[in-house]
Design a protein around this ligand. Structure first.
Ligand SMILES: Nc1ncnc2c1ncn2[C@@H]1O[C@H](COP(=O)(O)OP(=O)(O)OP(=O)(O)O)[C@@H](O)[C@H]1O
Length: 264
């Protein structure tokens, strides 16, 4: 088994508060790995550490054996790590396709100076970005809304747009912060199908998610955090039976519903 992402003894402190405590995670290549835990347990902070949005207090993060902790965010993105956010970070007054094209700019070889002053190359770059955006929009099934302003779209399609923007860079690993949050049941099913299709393209997924149906159905491995510490790790079956996880997060109601549905 090859490891795509490795966190080694990662610590993040915000003045007095230890948000992530001595966290070690190994994510296998060709896997869907979930990070779950109660509110405030350090999940989003962990994603912010991986993507370089926050500096580590101590520890090391490796992506495909390269140390990425300490690198600026754009370099980490260029290495092949994409992300989506818990609260959408789209440009609401821009159209769907414009949002994707902005997300794809880092993909092109051109610097901003050249883009502004070299019209000929800028036009060619724009054409490449547009073609890539259409390809991504078709893949996630929202191409017909490409010229709509993001603010006019229902929430489910806005979430798709954000996923599309992350896919523009052709990441090898995609970090998803609550992809199913705020979606209604049919949007959720549609989104999960697109995520599985994305995985089939060869993109590994690290997923933060509170919806346990989604987590248990799609993940190969789950890491559970509580107060910044890893309290359990294993397959969905192992995690559903883990007493500490049931006590800290899943609750007895969830655990007994699973036992009934399994006929235990
Ligand atoms: N920039 C910050 N400054 C100070 N404290 C922070 C900061 N970001 C996060 N925290 C704190 O770190 C802890 C972990 O927060 P984090 O957002 O990582 O949790 P989470 O597991 O993602 O929660 P949720 O499920 O609610 O999104 C919390 O106590 C939070 O208040």
């Amino acid at each position: 088994m090859k490891t795509i992402l490795k966190l080694e003894n990662v610590v993040k402190k915000f003045s007095g508060l230890v948000a992530v405590e001595d966290l070690t995670i190994e994510m296998a290549e060709r896997s869907i790995h979930a990070l779950i835990g109660p509110n405030g347990s350090g999940k989003t902070t962990t994603i912010n550490l991986i993507t370089g949005v926050l500096p580590l207090t101590s520890g090391v993060i490796r992506f495909n054996d390269t140390v990425i902790s300490g690198m600026p965010t754009y370099k980490i993105a260029q290495k092949g790590i994409g992300r989506t956010f818990q609260n959408l970070k789209l440009f609401n007054s821009m159209t769907v396709i414009e949002n994707l094209m902005v997300g794809g700019h880092q993909m092109t070889k051109m610097g901003m100076y050249k883009f502004l002053f070299d019209c000929h190359t800028a036009k060619r770059e724009e054409k490449i970005l547009k073609e890539r955006a259409r390809e991504v929009l078709t893949f996630i099934g929202i191409d017909k809304w490409r010229n709509e302003k993001v603010s006019n779209l229902p929430y489910g399609r806005q979430k798709m747009t954000e996923l599309g923007r992350a896919l523009m860079m052709k990441p090898k690993l995609l970090l998803l912060d609550e992809p199913a949050g705020g979606l209604n049941p049919s949007e959720r099913v549609e989104f999960v199908n697109i995520l599985l299709k994305t995985y089939d393209l060869g993109i590994d997924l690290l997923l933060i998610e509170h919806n346990m149906d989604v987590v248990m159905n799609v993940s190969n491995k789950i890491t559970v955090l509580n107060f910044g510490k890893k309290i359990a790790e294993g397959s969905p079956e192992e995690i559903q039976k883990d007493n500490e996880v049931i006590k800290a997060y899943l609750g007895e109601k969830y655990a007994s519903a699973v036992r009934v549905s399994r006929g235990d």
